[in-house]
Design a binder for this molecule. Structure first.
Ligand code: GDD
Ligand code: MN
Length: 422
């Protein structure tokens, strides 16, 4: 009877640690705290005998106790054949109620390259991955799902891309040999819809890879080191692309497998978080300091305009329209010079010569002229058509035209590229 019970209980939880879970010989990793920032590789002590880690692969988990033994075994088998003891697997579990972390920890004696982190204070897929990377010792940082929906073999192709010199290697469902299993039309539509939304909000980021939703990729530590990351929700790749210094991107096709055990954690909430994440990145990429400098220069222009207007009217005795046009042009010259030297000084210095500067000046004039026309149009529409107070209308027009002037000059005149907007 006793024996029967024991057998039964062992059978019911075959993978649980039977001894003290906090086994001192295989301790859990300490959870990094503070900013989500990847540190440089720790300097190696010349006396250390353990081989240098090349690849640190994070496996984020939430309620994956049934999948953990299989994924760890498959990944270990695969990597032992290729980079033997020069990799580490880091499971980052968010204190799963099914004790995934404990199951993982019980595997540590069998898999020397396995490390386990149990997070109790934070939650969420993206931050789990970054916390794992913060504890990682490798030069290449990777991530793979625990539920076997990402075929382990693709790892070798991704790693090969990194060895060829890629900064980022992404497993993609949307290149040759890639795909999804039997997804419904609705699911395909939602997935593609999310991608299109990303392309609209952040074309320079989302458009760089064929599968921006992928959660299966590797990135070079150098490319994201020191950047403060702040992801919302599920899509860690977007964060890496948006904040990292990524030049060379490699891709490898894979077929997204059906889940055999456990269940997906995706709900409607992940879609909302995805949009929040896109907007947050969009704002962080806005060239704020440049815009402030542009605003200060514009403000100085108001005084130049007023001062010259006063001189022309009162001292030179010129007619009203002539004074207004002349003073406005002097203000434009003033603004151009300061913007060329200061607001966009870093760019002007790379486009030397009087000819180029005059060209920029003429373009600046054209943009201002267009701005003036837009200004007059807006005031008229708001005041005459919508019956708004004329001073409020004028204020809105000034704000709109300032944005217009800034954006067009940024993109078409000084030509600041998307990759390096700041
Ligand atoms: N630590 C932690 N915390 N892990 C989590 C959390 C969390 O809050 N939520 C999910 N995970 C883990 C899961 O246990 C699994 O290993 C992995 O993250 C992916 O979660 P799923 O819930 O299985 O996601 P999915 O299958 O719908 O989405 C997958 O496919 C996308 C491509 O369409 C994920 O791989 C995405 O990253 C991927 O972009
Ligand atoms: Mn999954």
């Amino acid at each position: 009877m006793e024996d029967g019970c024991l057998l039964l209980s062992i059978h019911a939880t075959p993978l649980r640690v039977m001894s003290n879970p906090a086994s001192p010989s295989h301790p859990l990793l300490v959870v990094p705290t503070g900013a989500l920032q990847i540190p440089p590789l720790a300097a190696r002590n010349s006396a250390t005998t353990t081989p240098e880690i090349k690849l640190s692969l994070i496996i984020p988990t939430y309620k994956e106790s049934q999948n953990i033994p299989t994924i760890v075994s498959k990944l270990s088998h695969l990597l032992n054949q290729t980079i033997r003891d020069r990799y580490e697997l880091i499971i980052v579990d968010d204190n799963s109620p099914d004790l995934t972390w404990e199951v993982a920890q019980s595997l540590m004696p069998e898999y020397p390259q396995l490390r386990v982190m149990r997070r109790e204070k934070e939650r969420g897929l993206s931050t789990a991955v970054i916390r794992g990377w913060q504890a990682a010792r490798g030069e290449v940082l990777g991530v793979i799902d625990a539920d076997l929906q990402h075929p382990p073999e693709t790892l070798l192709q991704l790693y090969a891309e990194m060895e060829r010199g890629a900064d980022l290697a992404v497993a993609s469902r949307h290149v040759e040999e890639g795909g999804v299993s039997d997804w419904s039309i609705i699911r395909r539509f939602l997935s593609r819809g999310a991608q299109v939304l990303g392309l609209i909000i952040l074309p320079g980021v989302v458009g760089r890879v064929s599968d921006p939703m992928s959660g299966y990729f590797m990135v070079r530590r150098d490319a994201i080191m020191g950047k403060v990351m702040d992801p919302v929700g599920y899509k860690i790749l977007i964060e890496v692309l948006g904040r990292g210094n990524i030049r060379w991107i490699g891709e490898a096709g894979y077929v997204f497998q059906e889940r055999q055990e456990g269940e997906s954690k995706v709900t409607g909430k992940q879609y909302i978080e995805y949009i929040q994440h896109l907007l947050k990145l969009r704002i962080s990429r806005w060239p704020l300091m440049r815009f402030i400098r542009f605003g200060v220069v514009g403000f100085s222009g108001v005084f130049v305009d007023m001062g010259i207007f006063y001189v022309l009217r009162e001292i030179a005795g010129l007619a009203l329209t002539r004074s207004a046009i002349l003073s406005a042009e002097v203000a434009i010259v003033n603004n151009f010079l300061w913007n060329d030297l200061w607001t966009f000084g870093d760019i002007s210095r790379t486009q030397k010569g009087w000819k180029k500067r005059i060209k920029r000046f003429l373009k600046f004039n054209l943009v201002c002229l267009a701005g003036l026309i837009i200004n007059v149009l807006i005031v008229n529409i708001l005041f005459n058509l919508l019956g708004m107070n004329e001073y409020v209308a004028k204020l809105i027009a000034i704000a709109a035209v300032t944005l217009w002037n800034f954006w067009i000059n940024l993109k078409l005149n000084w030509r600041v590229t998307e990759v390096d907007e700041r």
